[in-house]
Write a protein that binds this ligand. Structure first.
Ligand code: ADP
Ligand code: ADP
Length: 225
C-alpha cells in the first residue's frame, strides 16, 4: 500500500481541523495539527510553549526555528510512515521548503495539498463563533453553524467547550493578514508543483468532507497504480 502524504491549506477558520478529524478516520492517517501541538505545549508550560505563547496571542507565526524541527521529526516518525495529514503546516515558504527537503531525504513525496477556500468575511464569522472541547481540541463546534446538542458541552466527551484565546476580534484580523502575506503564496507554489487540489469551503461540512474524501480516494488509487 502506498503512502498518502497530505497537507491541508487554507485560511484560519476555513475548516481544516473539522475536515482533518473526519479524514483521519476515513484513511487512518495521523492528524498532525501544529496549532494543537503548540497549545498543548503552552498548557504544559514547556520552554517551547513559553516561547510560542506571545506569538500565538498576537496572531503572528511562531518562529520557524521553534516549529520546523518538531514537525519534520514527527513526519519521519513511526506512525506517519504510511502517510500523514498535516494541518497548519507549512505556513510560509521556508516551512514548505523544509518539508519538501525532509520528504526527499526520506525518498517520499507530497501526495497533495488540499486547499479549502473561504472568503475573509466568512472566516471572521467562523473564528468568532468557534468553540472547542476543553479535553480534546479536535472536537470543534460553532455556536451557529455546528452547535453541540447541549449548549457549551462537547457531544463526544461531555465536558466544557471553550473559546480559544486567539479567537478574539483584533487577533482574528492579524491572523488573516498573516495568512494573506505569508501562507497564501504557497497556493501558487503547490499549484506549480502540480499537487494542488481546491475545495469550496463555503459548503456545509458534510459536503466539503464528501468532496475531499472522493479526491483523496482517487489519489490513493492513482498512487497504487
Ligand atoms: P487556525 O487554523 O485557526 O489559524 P492554528 O491552530 O492552526 O489556528 O494556529 C494557531 C496559532 O499557532 C497561529 O496563529 C500561530 O501563532 C501558531 N502556529 C500554528 N501553526 C504554525 C506554523 N506552521 N508556523 C508558525 N506558527 C504556527
Ligand atoms: P481551521 O482548522 O481551518 O482553523 P476549524 O475546523 O476549526 O478551522 O473551523 C472553524 C470554525 O468554523 C469552527 O467553529 C467550525 O465549527 C466552523 N466550520 C468548519 N467548517 C464549516 C463549514 N463548512 N461551514 C460552516 N462552519 C464551519
Amino acid at each position: 500500500m502506498s503512502e498518502l502524504n497530505l497537507i491541508l491549506l487554507g485560511p484560519p477558520g476555513a475548516g481544516k481541523g473539522t475536515q482533518a478529524d473526519r479524514l483521519r478516520e476515513d484513511f487512518s492517517l495521523p492528524h498532525i495539527a501544529t496549532g494543537d501541538i503548540l497549545r498543548a505545549q503552552v498548557a504544559e508550560g514547556t520552554e517551547l510553549g513559553r516561547e510560542a505563547k506571545s506569538f500565538m496571542d498576537a496572531g503572528k507565526l511562531v518562529p520557524d526555528e521553534v516549529i520546523v524541527g518538531m514537525i519534520v521529526e514527527r513526519v519521519a516518525g513511526g506512525d506517519a510512515r504510511d502517510g500523514f495529514l498535516l494541518d497548519g503546516f507549512p505556513r510560509n515558504r521556508q516551512q514548505a521548503d523544509a518539508l519538501g527537503e525532509a520528504l526527499s531525504g526520506l525518498e517520499r513525496h507530497l501526495t497533495a495539498a488540499l486547499l479549502i477556500e473561504v472568503p475573509d468575511d466568512e472566516v471572521v464569522r467562523r473564528m468568532a463563533g468557534r468553540r472547542v472541547c476543553v479535553k480534546n481540541p479536535t472536537h470543534i463546534y460553532h455556536v451557529d453553524f455546528d452547535p453541540p446538542k447541549h449548549e457549551g458541552v462537547c457531544d463526544q466527551d461531555g465536558v466544557r467547550l471553550i473559546q480559544r484565546d486567539d479567537d478574539k476580534e483584533e487577533t482574528i484580523r492579524t491572523r488573516l493578514e498573516v495568512y494573506h502575506a505569508q501562507t497564501e503564496p504557497l497556493i501558487a507554489y503547490y499549484d506549480g508543483a502540480g499537487v494542488l487540489r481546491r475545495f469550496d469551503g463555503t459548503r456545509d461540512p458534510d459536503e466539503v468532507h464528501a468532496h475531499i474524501r472522493a479526491t483523496v480516494a482517487t489519489l490513493r488509487l492513482e498512487e497504487n497504480l
